[in-house]
Design a protein around this ligand. Structure first.
Ligand SMILES: Cc1ncc(COP(=O)(O)O)c(C=O)c1O
Ligand SMILES: [Zn+2]
Length: 372
């Protein structure tokens, strides 16, 4: 088997072989990056390839998949003048997380762990559970209390064990990390393991292909732990370095106003979260992005800055209206899936084009304002 690219710590440079079960940097316990700078294939050579994200084979860190469920290649539809939506809820487990989860499952298959552990606000756990089922690997998913019952049901349906932690998303992550140090456990962390980002980046490779070798002026992206945003930044860099785009899109990062640590740091001109007192948080409808201390904060802030983008926040009221508005146009998305549209539907973009992801299906949470 071809050797896989190694991981390394972006903070202290510690190298971690990809065939190690270590779920984070052994020196600082932070997230890892991948030593992998691929060159995308030219547009013309993509025709006739497999109709899933595996068509971007040159850019993927893992060769031919064994556990694919046909993930990727989601439709792009117009929402308003200059604004299109990429329907990333049309994936095997109904959220964009499948793009990254398939990478973690492929990796896990090679490592042959006794147990796979993940932590999640719901959707990443659902996706890891499905791909572990496909790979016949036992899986436990740590989720915070308050996770939508439908997501718990989805995790359990795939034969994984949902472990509900009494506390917020950070408490669930802590519990998972404690369990992940046991012998033979693979920590399938969508936050710490960089293979996940090399899956989510295919969101942008698809856009580039569907727009005929171009990208929109603005990519609007919901941000909790930033896995879609950081994946997008990776793909933009790959396409730009290869000379396949001449301009890089601005990344507009969207957070929910009640839990917006990155937007606060951005407003203060900071390049990281404050070391001590984190900004206060409150409950939000956007459960998928309610992350009080994202471990990749520094990387997210830098990616937005380098793209010439910005941060936007949305109130629960705007999320509710955006979800209702999308449903009235035939698009049934979960509450977190509506935040990108909530952020730009009333913005003046002028002549600029933008793409928003609708990245979680309505069945997962139902309508915030009810409808019957
Ligand atoms: C529907 C949906 N959108 C957006 C996100 C945000 O992803 P991230 O936390 O990686 O920024 C999530 C995460 O769970 C999600 O479930
Ligand atoms: Zn480190």
């Amino acid at each position: 088997m071809k050797p896989l690219p190694d991981c390394f710590c972006p903070v202290d440079g510690t190298r971690v072989p990809s065939d190690s079960l270590a779920g984070w940097c052994p020196a600082c316990r932070g997230p890892l990056d991948l030593d992998f700078a691929p060159t995308p294939a030219p547009l013309k050579s993509l025709a006739g390839r497999v109709n899933s994200l595996w068509r971007y084979a040159e850019c993927l860190p893992l060769p031919a998949p064994t556990v694919s469920l046909g993930e990727g290649r989601t439709p792009l539809v117009e929402l308003a003048d200059g604004v299109s939506a990429k329907l990333d809820f049309l994936t095997p487990t109904l959220s964009f997380k499948d793009r990254g989860a398939v990478m973690l499952a492929e990796l896990a298959l090679r490592l042959r762990p006794r147990q796979v552990i993940a932590d999640s606000s719901g959707n990443a756990g659902t996706a890891v559970a499905a791909y572990c089922a496909r790979a016949a690997l036992p899986c436990t998913v740590y989720v915070p209390s308050g996770t939508s019952p439908k997501k718990l049901e989805q995790i359990a349906a795939h034969g994984a064990r949902p472990h509900v932690v009494d506390g917020d998303r950070e408490a669930a992550a802590r519990a998972a990390r404690e369990a992940a140090v046991a012998e033979g456990v693979f920590y399938a962390s969508h936050v710490h393991n960089p293979y996940f980002l090399h899956g989510t980046k295919t969101y942008v490779h698809e856009l580039w292909e569907d727009l005929g070798g171009r990208l929109p002026d603005i990519l609007v992206l919901p941000v909790g732990n930033g896995t879609l945003l950081l994946g997008a930044a990776l793909a933009v860099a790959e396409l730009h370095t290869a000379g396949l785009i001449d301009r890089r899109p601005a990344l507009y990062a969207v957070q929910a106003a009640p839990v917006a640590p990155l937007a606060h740091a951005w407003a203060e001109g900071a390049d990281d979260l404050p070391g001590a007192a984190p900004p206060a948080t409150a409950p939000t409808l956007a459960e998928g992005i309610a992350i009080p201390r994202p471990p990749r904060a520094r990387q997210i802030l830098r990616a937005v800055r380098e793209s010439g983008g910005t941060f936007l926040t949305v109130t629960d009221d705007r999320i509710r209206h955006a979800q209702r508005d999308l449903a009235s146009r035939g698009l049934y998305v979960e509450t977190t899936g509506a935040v990108a549209w909530a952020a730009v539907r009333e913005e003046t973009l002028g002549q600029r084009t933008a793409v928003v992801p609708l990245c979680g299906a309505g069945m997962k949470t139902g309508m915030a304002d009810g409808c019957l």
